[in-house]
Design a protein around this ligand. Structure first.
Ligand code: ZN
Ligand code: ZN
Length: 563
């Protein structure tokens, strides 16, 4: 028999419930558990009452529904959520006896209708025991919540930070170790200059700047050891990313390096660095296609080192730890030159022998910028154009409305004709086909149906054209005005969305970006060039006063109306 569950959550305001997860957290944990174990959940019941007193509404309601047969299992965070008084406990065990309830599931264990389980359940329900291992299990789950949703580091603070308990509220916190974090930051900056090896920086840290680890009961107050230093240098916590077995989250703590600096340091660490580089964002993902074979275009990060000893240039792959010619280890090099490139190339998934070559991000972005430049307009031109187009738009809407009404009337007329034709066909006078013959009927009906179809399309098309108007004015001009600025100054997401606005399947062929010019902003380009032909000194990308009527509006209008 398939078990159906109620999820039951409870938290009271009493002090002994302090360690218990909040109601939303209980719900979330249990829902996740149910999903992971493929449990059939009928309903979720949450209440914030103490279980010591009887008469919890949600609880009695749930039992009543179990007796009715709506569900035959309960999923809760801990058995002590169900009951802490003898009567409630009795009900639950009775329901198990009667087989109205088949199981009670918690994340730790499942209680069935066996003498053993019922005994244990009775014990757990009846006694509000606070044994320590239960508490620690609760704490563990509470920690997960603290880490994932509140984004706070748990447990012992990392080097450079200290655990701190607020004296009045007793809230535990992690704060900056004002003595050590600045020294660690200074060490990182020194290493980033490239003039020192990691071991030389460590020597300075310990022996010149007097770094000592924090004193604890058992140890501490010692110079930093090499392995501790390497561990520190390859810990993403220092650029903000907190990594634990529960997952990865960005913390709110004070950081001392950027992600890019962190990546550079990983390369410097050579043999001692993390084996994998940090995850990189892939720019313009999903927007570009290969013009040679149609496969997707992907990007790749590449680092190259120029060896300071022998000037050999070599790729710094994940396993390269020394110069291929003079065998100097990367972590012993000083003042080497580090080059970082981002390439775009065909994934060759469809055709492994595709011959399209790769292109650097700089070359690609230059081309995109050139495209955006084609229809760039200034803010004052944009405002002027939108204002004037809105005036034209009002007139356009009126005209279109008239056209639409005409089509609609013609359409209604056509429907009426079809109706009449049919009446004529089935009228008593037409028994012998005297009024209208079969062939004639079929012919006329066919003509009218085609006409009806055509008129309907025209009505719909007119509606669409009226809606297109808005897009063509405000949105298009805003894009034309701001896209180039944001492409140069925005983050990766902004840049990607600008590129995908230009077209969703842009082609990269022979290192050239091909853009289909059907998008409305290219209408702006056309209209700009026609104005320029008339008024040579016209500069659409400069903020000048366009309110004077010197520029010919009809030129813009005729292009933008799209006729
Ligand atoms: Zn290709
Ligand atoms: Zn070398």
């Amino acid at each position: 028999m398939k078990v159906k569950y109620f999820i039951y959550c409870r938290k009271s305001s009493e002090s002994e419930d302090k360690q218990i997860l909040s109601l939303p957290a209980q719900e979330r944990e249990l829902k996740t558990y149910a999903k992971e174990h493929d449990l059939d959940v009928v309903d979720v019941i949450s209440e914030s009452k103490s279980a010591f007193k009887m008469g919890r509404e949600g609880y009695s309601d749930m039992l009543a529904r179990i007796i009715k047969g709506e569900a035959n299992g309960i999923l809760c965070w801990h058995a002590n959520r169900l009951s802490r008084n003898a009567v409630d406990a009795g009900y639950v065990i009775y329901a198990l006896d009667q087989k109205q309830l088949l199981e009670i599931k918690t994340q730790g264990r499942t209680y069935y209708n066996t003498p053993n389980d019922k005994f244990l359940l009775g014990l757990e329900l009846g006694i509000s025991k606070k044994d320590s291992d239960e508490k620690s299990e609760n704490v563990k789950r509470g920690n997960r919540e603290k880490f994932l949703t509140r984004k706070e580091w748990i447990g012992l603070a990392k080097m450079g930070y200290v655990n701190y308990i607020e004296p009045y509220t007793k809230v535990k916190k992690i704060v900056v170790d004002k003595e050590r974090l600045p020294l660690l930051q200074r060490a990182v900056k020194l290493l980033l200059t490239g003039a020192y090896t990691p071991m030389e920086v460590l020597d300075k840290l310990n022996n010149e700047w007097g770094f000592r680890t924090r004193k604890t009961k058992k140890m501490g107050a010692k110079p930093m050891c090499a392995s501790g230093f390497y561990k520190f240098l390859s810990d993403p916590y220092y650029y903000g990313l907190m990594v634990r077995s529960e997952g990865e989250v960005w913390g709110h703590h004070q950081t001392i390096i950027t992600k890019a600096e962190f990546d550079r340091i990983q390369i410097m660490l050579g043999r001692h660095g993390r084996h994998s580089f940090t995850k990189h964002e892939f720019p313009y993902r999903g927007v570009l296609r290969c013009g040679g074979c149609g496969a997707a275009i992907t990007s790749e990060h590449k680092w190259q080192i120029i060896c300071p000893e022998c000037k050999t240039k070599f790729n710094r792959g994940q396993t390269t730890i020394q110069c291929p010619s003079c065998k100097t280890f990367v972590d012993q090099m000083k003042n080497y030159k580090l080059l970082h490139y981002v390439y775009f190339h065909c994934t060759k998934r469809a055709h492994p022998d595709c011959t399209e070559r790769s292109i650097t991000i700089e070359k690609l972005e230059e081309q995109i910028d050139n495209e955006l430049k084609r229809f760039e307009v200034s803010e004052s031109f944009k405002d002027w154009a939108i204002a004037h187009l809105n005036e034209l738009n009002d007139k356009e809407v009126d005209d279109r409305e008239t056209v639409r009404t005409n089509y609609k009337e013609a359409y209604d007329d056509c429907v009426k004709k079809l109706d009449n034709l049919f009446r004529m066909k089935i009228s008593p006078q037409n028994v012998n086909g005297d009024v209208i013959g079969e062939d004639q009927y079929i012919q006329e009906r066919k003509t009218l149906l085609a006409e009806k179809e055509d008129l309907l399309a025209k009505v719909n098309d007119t509606n669409k054209r009226m809606n297109d108007w808005y897009d063509l004015t405000e949105k298009t001009f805003n894009f034309a005005c701001y896209a180039r600025y944001w492409f140069a100054n925005g983050d990766l997401r902004t840049k990607t969305s600008i590129l995908s606005t230009l077209g969703s399947n842009l082609i990269l062929k022979d290192k050239k970006l091909l853009i289909d010019g059907h998008k409305p902003f290219f209408l702006i380009e056309k209209c700009l060039s026609s104005i320029k032909a008339e008024v040579p000194e016209f500069e659409p990308a400069k903020n000048i006063d366009f309110t004077s009527q010197m520029y010919s509006l009809p030129a813009i209008a005729s292009h933008l109306l799209g006729d």
